[in-house]
Design a protein around this ligand. Structure first.
Ligand code: MN
Length: 296
């Protein structure tokens, strides 16, 4: 492997009834730019079964990014938003000072499900931002040497997503529409990760397949990528956040006091309610001081 590249493996995690590949956070790398959480799930058959069923749960201090490769998912939140999402579209929820949401396969859903779920940490100055929800069905795309690049957050190679961000960032899907080999443009001030959801890719000579995460440090203007037809990868990057994050359950904060306040707010119903979900909200796990210290 060339200098400056780090290849890590995902760990299996449970989200409802689904097993997902958790790519971020890494124990020794809590964030990449402001990206602090990345799950990849599927492809899986949800034909004739409930599919995704994530009951109402709260968030603070982050934005959630929902992106599908296959299938459909219904989002509802405590602002009253109700939004179906399909491949190529973005659901972006800004939690800020606090929001609750549910995500589920609708009663009538597509037979296959494949997607990613990402979190973006809000910088301290925006940590308590007003909660908001955005759906973007039309996102900028650009072609590079046989790769179709869709920019869903931030900007890349002159394409800029209309979605609201709070730090210099990029989130992009890179799909090989033929056997493709080319240079993907990067912002030198950003650090980046690349992971693959379909097929495989060679990134500066390093093989990346589903379940692997390749980290690229700052200072690069481009990276050489090769992939066979139908392969798909994701590029996440941003200016290094430079702020320590404390992540606990669905909360991103800075101090144990902030986490404890969010747990109490959820237990006491101060996040507001999410309508329409057939089932109970998720209870917060017990707050354990030792595990909280280890989460820093
Ligand atoms: Mn969530």
């Amino acid at each position: 492997m060339s200098g400056g590249l780090e290849l890590t493996s995902s760990r299996d995690a449970r989200v409802g009834d689904m097993t997902v590949r958790r790519l971020l956070p890494l124990r020794l790398r809590r964030s990449v730019g402001a990206w602090c959480f990345a799950d990849h799930y599927g492809p899986m058959s949800v034909d004739g079964v409930a599919g995704m069923a994530v009951p109402p749960h709260p968030h603070i201090g982050l934005q959630t990014v929902t992106w599908l490769i296959c299938g459909n998912v219904l989002h509802r939140d405590s602002l009253g938003s109700e939004q179906m999402i399909r491949p190529g579209q973005l659901n972006l929820m800004t939690a800020g000072r606090g929001i609750a949401h549910s995500e589920e396969s609708p009663a009538e859903h597509d037979p296959q499900l494949h997607g990613i779920q990402l979190w973006v940490a809000l910088p301290e100055a925006a940590r308590l931002a007003e909660p908001a929800f955005e759906h973007h069905a039309d996102l900028p795309a650009t072609g590079v040497d046989g790769f179709q690049i869709t920019v869903f957050l931030g900007s890349l190679g002159g394409a800029e997503s209309p979605a609201r961000v709070f730090s210099p960032i990029v989130g992009a899907e890179i799909a090989a529409t033929r056997d493709a080999r080319g240079m993907i443009p990067l912002a030198p001030a950003h650090e980046h990760v690349i992971f693959v959801t379909d097929g495989s890719a060679q990134v500066e000579g390093t093989a990346v397949s589903p379940g692997s995460l390749l980290y690229l440090g700052t200072g690069r203007e481009q990276v050489p990528v090769a992939a066979a037809t139908g392969s798909r990868m994701f590029l996440l990057g941003g200016v290094p956040l430079g702020e320590p994050l404390l992540m606990w359950w669905n909360f991103v904060a800075r101090t144990p006091t902030q986490i404890a306040a969010a747990v109490a707010d959820w237990q006491d119903g101060r996040f507001g309610s999410v309508g329409g979900y057939d089932g109970d909200p998720l209870p917060a796990p017990p707050l354990d001081a030792g595990r909280l210290r280890a989460a820093r």
